[in-house]
Design a protein around this ligand. Structure first.
Ligand code: PLP
Length: 398
């Protein structure tokens, strides 16, 4: 027997499995709502104009490809801090926040997880029920026990806030709580401001460690607006972990651009934290790739490109909102017996549509419309040409 004889096949990634099945489907009218990607109204992943222009500038410069610093491009990290904590953040000015460029939002989460495992090895992790499908595996692979707290309320299609609060109140000091800063994936259900205030109070009072995952800044209400939860947590004093990603907001999925920020209690503490975070990076992949970080840093630091980005991101946000609105209106006309108005209350790229596994299977088998078994649909994959087909099919299966 060789080393590999006894190795079992790993389970397929449920979401990527949907894409495999979709690709194999011969129906020319097939529609994939199972993805976690923003498509424009033509059903294409956009290349943003701000990105194209920044790349043209970078090509013109033809800079050599040396190694970046362990924690990434300084200009990028600075731009991330301004975006995440606010341009005039006292925490940033006092150098209490440290930021390291990371390999996408996933890479940022993994850096945070590895760092926490070194310095808070006995803590356990709590993620929302449900959560992004990679959260559990990612923290488990860093060596943590991962628990979940109540989050989604299927009856209201919103947040089970009482359940969530009760769970937070029962967690031991030092527990690490992963929270979606905005645009909850997979449900689309976010907390309101008053609820966030309560969460921050409990987290602070009980000495829990908040880890905010912000993969969709700018997709709910706006760049500033969506960052406010991070700011309120930072104002509460820290410690605080924030992973952010530009995969969606810059449509730079394959470039793997994200960052991990950590808020400490003092400048001196922050310096020690950064030095240890660099060790985590150094022993994982040494230093991050250059190109994506250069694009984002260039766009954010160039006023005209920044304005262009804000407009392009706003267009994505508005288009998603329009699709929510249209879907609700059209379902009301086609399937008046069932209320789908909650789809308009949900935010971001996804909706827990309330469709059952059996209904999702019928959509796939009878209409070549692909969604996640849980009923999650990607609203950002709807467009003016496929929405009528989707609505007609949903009306048939419910
Ligand atoms: N966190 C959440 C909640 C996400 O939805 C995603 C992506 O879908 C990520 C993290 C990972 O982002 P990235 O693709 O930049 O690694």
């Amino acid at each position: 027997a060789s080393l590999f004889t006894a190795i079992e096949m790993a389970p397929r990634d449920p979401i990527l499995g949907i894409t495999d099945a979709f690709n194999a489907d011969q129906n020319p009218n097939k529609i994939n709502l199972g993805v976690g990607v923003y498509y424009d109204d033509n059903g294409k992943v956009p290349l943003l104009e701000c990105v194209r222009k920044a790349e043209a500038q970078l090509m013109e410069k033809a800079a050599p490809r040396t190694y970046l610093p362990i924690d990434g491009l300084a200009a990028y990290d600075k731009a991330v801090q301004a975006l995440v904590f606010g341009a005039d953040s006292a925490i940033v000015q006092e150098k209490r926040a440290v930021t390291a460029q990371a390999i996408g939002g996933t890479g940022a989460l993994k850096l945070g997880a590895d760092f926490l495992k070194r310095f808070s090895p006995d803590s356990q992790i709590w993620i929302s029920d449900p959560s992004w499908e990679n959260h559990r595996a990612l923290f488990e692979s860093a060596g943590f026990v991962v628990n979940s707290y109540p989050y989604f309320d299927a009856a209201t299609h919103g947040v089970n806030f009482a359940g969530m609060l009760q769970a937070l109140n029962a967690m031991p000091t030092g527990a690490i709580v992963v929270l979606h800063a905005c645009c909850h994936n997979p449900t689309g259900a976010d907390l309101n401001d008053a609820q966030w205030k309560q969460v921050i109070e409990v987290v602070t009072q009980r000495g829990l460690i908040p880890f905010l995952d912000m993969a969709y800044q700018g997709f709910a209400d706006g760049i500033e607006e969506d960052g406010r939860v991070v700011r309120h947590f930072a104002d509460a004093g820290g410690p605080l972990f924030v992973s952010n990603s530009f995969s969606k907001s810059f449509s730079l999925y394959g470039e793997r651009v994200g960052a991990l920020s950590i808020v400490a209690a003092s400048t001196e503490e922050a310096a020690r934290v950064l030095s240890q975070l660099k060790r985590v990076i150094r022993t994982n992949y040494s230093n991050p790739p250059d190109h994506g970080g250069q694009i984002v840093a260039t766009v954010l630091a160039t006023p005209e490109l920044r304005k262009l980005w804000e407009d392009e991101l706003a267009a994505m946000r508005v288009r998603i909102r329009e699709m929510r609105q249209l879907m609700v209106e059209k379902l009301k006309a086609n399937a008046p017996a069932q209320d789908f108005s909650f789809v308009k209350q949900q935010v971001g790229m996804f909706s827990y549509s309330g469709l059952t596994k059996a209904q999702v299977e019928r959509l796939r088998d009878e209409f070549s419309i692909y969604a996640v078994d849980t009923g999650r649909i990607c609203v950002a994959a709807l467009n003016s040409r496929n929405i009528d087909k989707v609505v007609a099919a949903v009306a048939q299966v419910i």
